[in-house]
Write a protein that binds this ligand. Structure first.
Ligand code: GLV
Ligand code: MG
Length: 308
C-alpha cells in the first residue's frame, strides 16, 4: 500500500532544465522536491529537461523526500510526452506527477489512464504513482470536489495563487498579498477554505502555492502562517532560503506539541482500567473528551511526522 499522507511541509520547486539546481536540491531540507517541466522551463528547453529529469531521478540521492515531476497541462501539446518520457524513463524512482491548471475530473482521469498503461507496459506496480492536482482558475475551483475524488491516485490539492489571481482578474501583482483596495478581509479566504474542504472530505493533503518575494522571509512566514493556521499541510518554496521557515510554520509549535501529547496521555489514562472509574478526564484544569483527543491527535501527528 502506498502512503499517500507523506509529510509535505515544504515543497521545493526546481526547474527541470537546470542540472545544477537539481543537484543542489538533493541536499536541502525540503520534504518534497518537484522537478518542473511547466512554467519554470522555457518551451525550447522542455525536450532536454525531460532527459535531465529522468537522469536525476534514476541517479537517486533523494533520501526521504517525496519525488515529484510537474508536467505541462492538458491544453498544451507537451503533456503526453512529458508523462510518457518521464514515467517510462524513471517510473520506479518517482512518487507523483503534478498536473497544473486542472479544470475537470476528466483531466485527472486522463492522466490516471495514461499512468496505468505505462505502469503495465513497464512492469511497475499499477497505481503506485500518485497525482498532485493544482487548482489555478475558477473552473478548477468550482469542480474541486470532483477533482479531489477523481482517482485514488490523488495525493494533494494545490492552490496555484499566481495563475489563479490572473485567471479571475484580481487587481494585484503581488502573489499572496491582498489586492490593493480590498480592505474588508482576506481575499484568499474563500479559495483556501474551498480547497481545504475538498481535500479533507476525501482525506488528501491541501498544499498552499508559492510566495514570489523570495528575499522577504517575514512576508513568507506571514502568508504561510494563514494557510497553516487553517489546516493546510504545507507550501511551495521557490528558493532554498524559504525552506527552514516553511518547515517551521507547518510544524506545530513545541509547546502545542507537548500539550497535545499530554492530552493524549491523560485520555489514555481515563480509558484505562485505573482511570475508567472517574467521571471525566482532566489535564490540570482542562477537561478532556473524545473531541479534544481528536484535536490533539492532529497536532501530535504533525509533530511526530516532523520528528519532534
Ligand atoms: C503556481 O503554479 C501558481 O500559479 O501560483
Ligand atoms: Mg501556475
Amino acid at each position: 500500500m502506498v502512503d499517500r499522507q507523506r509529510p509535505r511541509r515544504s515543497c521545493l520547486a526546481v526547474p527541470g532544465s537546470s542540472p545544477k539546481m537539481i543537484d543542489k536540491a538533493r541536499g536541502l531540507p525540503a520534504d518534497q522536491v518537484f522537478l518542473d517541466l511547466e512554467d519554470a522551463c522555457a518551451p525550447l528547453a522542455k525536450p532536454e529537461a525531460r532527459k535531465t529529469i529522468v537522469a536525476a531521478l534514476n541517479e537517486g540521492g533523494w533520501g526521504e523526500k517525496v519525488r515529484v515531476v510537474r508536467v505541462n497541462d492538458w491544453t498544451t501539446e507537451w503533456t503526453y510526452r512529458d508523462v510518457v518520457e518521464v514515467v517510462e524513463g524513471a517510473g520506479a524512482n518517482l512518487d507523483c506527477i503534478m498536473l497544473p491548471k486542472v479544470q475537470t475530473a476528466e483531466q485527472v482521469h486522463a492522466l490516471d489512464i495514461l499512468l496505468t498503461q505505462i505502469e503495465k507496459t513497464m512492469g511497475h506496480e499499477v497505481g503506485r504513482i500518485g497525482i498532485e492536482a493544482q487548482i489555478e482558475n475558477a473552473r478548477g475551483l468550482v469542480n474541486v470536489d470532483a477533482i479531489a475524488t477523481a482517482s485514488p491516485r490523488i495525493e494533494t490539492i494545490i492552490f496555484g495563487p499566481a495563475d489563479f489571481m490572473a485567471s479571475i482578474n484580481m487587481k494585484s501583482l503581488v502573489v499572496g498579498e491582498q489586492p490593493p483596495g480590498y480592505d474588508v478581509g482576506d481575499a484568499y479566504h474563500h479559495i483556501l477554505m474551498r480547497i481545504l474542504m475538498a481535500a479533507r472530505a476525501t482525506d488528501v493533503q491541501a498544499i498552499d502555492g508559492p510566495y514570489l518575494q523570495i528575499r522577504d522571509i517575514d512576508g513568507f512566514r506571514r502568508v504561510a502562517g494563514r494557510s497553516a493556521a487553517l489546516g493546510f499541510d504545507g507550501k511551495w518554496c521557490l528558493h532554498p532560503g524559504q525552506i527552514d521557515a516553511c518547515n517551521e510554520v507547518y510544524s506545530p509549535r513545541q509547546e502545542d506539541y507537548d500539550h497535545a501529547e499530554n492530552i493524549l496521555d491523560a485520555y489514555e489514562w481515563f480509558t484505562s482500567e485505573a482511570g475508567g472509574k472517574r467521571g471525566a478526564a482532566m489535564l490540570g484544569d482542562e477537561m478532556i473528551d473524545e473531541a479534544s483527543r481528536k484535536m490533539a491527535l492532529v497536532i501530535a501527528g504533525k509533530g511526530r511526522a516532523a520528528g519532534m
